[in-house]
Design a protein around this ligand. Structure first.
Ligand code: AHG
Ligand code: MN
Ligand code: MN
Length: 342
């Protein structure tokens, strides 16, 4: 019998995808379900943020010397707790934890995957009711199952990701995740408390109207980047410019918009911070994976983000990411500027 179902929940979708791979064990589906559950709990707190005592600073600094918000800690604890109690995750690394954590119980030690995440992205926007998010990356561990997860499991290049995704807690709450087979978006239906497929098979438009960069840092950017930013304001037929500048300060929201509508997001190095601000393992890599699967591109200005071999859990990287055509313009413009500079 063929039942015509127009709405598919995240669980239904991952289980249906699994059916196409008889050899699959279902561990990835279970991991995605766990992540979805943690996201729903975070969403509840984000939505009542002004009503309960969860706004504001936690009073501590993270390992990167940044102020930690109460919601950063809440979100971190939700994701760690759910993944630790699940059956598919051997260990985690998080923006909010100095070092990775290998889960030391028999089920976790026998699990196939490790997960890295930014529990709350854009946390500077929490107190002012602007969209924030969560970002995650999933890798198959390289260490033997049955043992504790190791540093090497976490320091894999982005190209090895099995899946990556993000949540946006915005005008609606969404979860978007990518596997090599495609990118799909789910919107949380609050009436049933489920993520439902709303954006099947997302493709990043070849070009778009948006460029997203922190203009306040303009004079601190390298000259080739400044040249490109100037071209974004030019009226040309080839590029479709001038573009509209949009920068929310929550990477999740900025890259999500550009993924759907077409655009380019940049967080270049600055004179103060030559490697920029964004972290390779749980910010740039997952987005690079998602955007590449959707047909876009992501580089650090020289090489694809996904080819960088990580050396540290919290290492930073400049990031240029978005629609393929706009990324090609950026590369050409930067190459020309470099030739002029020698
Ligand atoms: P986080 O809240 O996880 O520390 O990340 C914030 C990041 C990113 O989301 C955003 O694009 C960027 O910081 C904004 O930084 P600037 O204020 O320097 O532009
Ligand atoms: Mn972040
Ligand atoms: Mn964060």
């Amino acid at each position: 019998m063929n039942v015509d179902r127009t709405i598919r929940t995240l669980d239904e979708f991952t289980i249906q995808s699994l059916r196409q791979f008889p050899q699959a064990t279902g561990e990835l589906s279970s991991l995605l379900r766990d992540i979805g559950l943690a996201a729903k709990r975070v969403n509840v707190e984000v939505n009542k943020a002004g009503l309960v005592d969860i706004l504001g600073d936690h009073g501590t600094m993270n390992v990167q010397g940044e102020e930690v918000k109460k919601l950063d800690i809440f979100a971190n604890n939700q994701f760690v707790g759910v993944l630790q109690r699940g059956i598919s995750c051997a260990g985690i690394a998080s923006e909010e934890l100095d070092d990775f954590v290998a889960f030391d119980d028999d089920i976790s030690k026998n699990s196939k995957y490790v997960c890295l995440f930014d529990p709350l992205d854009g946390s500077g926007n929490i107190d002012v009711n602007v969209s924030i998010g969560t970002i995650f990356a999933i890798y198959r561990r390289v260490s033997d199952r049955g043992t504790l997860a190791t540093r090497e499991d976490f320091l894999q290049k982005g190209r090895n990701q099995v899946a990556a995704g993000y949540m946006v807690y915005g005008s609606s709450t969404m979860m978007v995740y990518a596997t090599r087979r495609g990118v799909n978006g789910f919107t949380l239906d609050p009436s049933i408390g489920e993520f439902c497929l709303s954006h099947p098979n997302i493709k990043c438009p070849e070009r778009g109207k948006f460029y997203s960069v922190n203009h306040g840092n303009f004079f601190q950017y390298p000259e080739d980047v400044r040249k490109y930013i100037n071209t974004c304001q030019n009226k040309t037929k080839e590029t479709g410019g001038p573009y509209t500048q949009r920068y929310i300060g929550s990477m999740v929201a900025d890259v999500h918009r550009n993924l759907i509508k077409g655009g380019i997001f940049m967080y270049p190095g600055t004179t103060d911070k030559p490697k920029g601000k964004l972290r390779l393992l749980y910010e740039s890599n997952p987005f690079a994976f998602i955007v590449e699967v959707a047909g876009g591109k992501a580089t650090d200005g020289n090489i694809p983000i996904l080819d960088i071999i990580p050396t540290e859990l919290h290492q930073r990287t400049p990031l240029f990411i978005g629609s393929k055509g706009m990324m090609q313009d950026l590369e050409e413009c930067m190459a020309d500027a470099q030739k002029e500079m020698v």
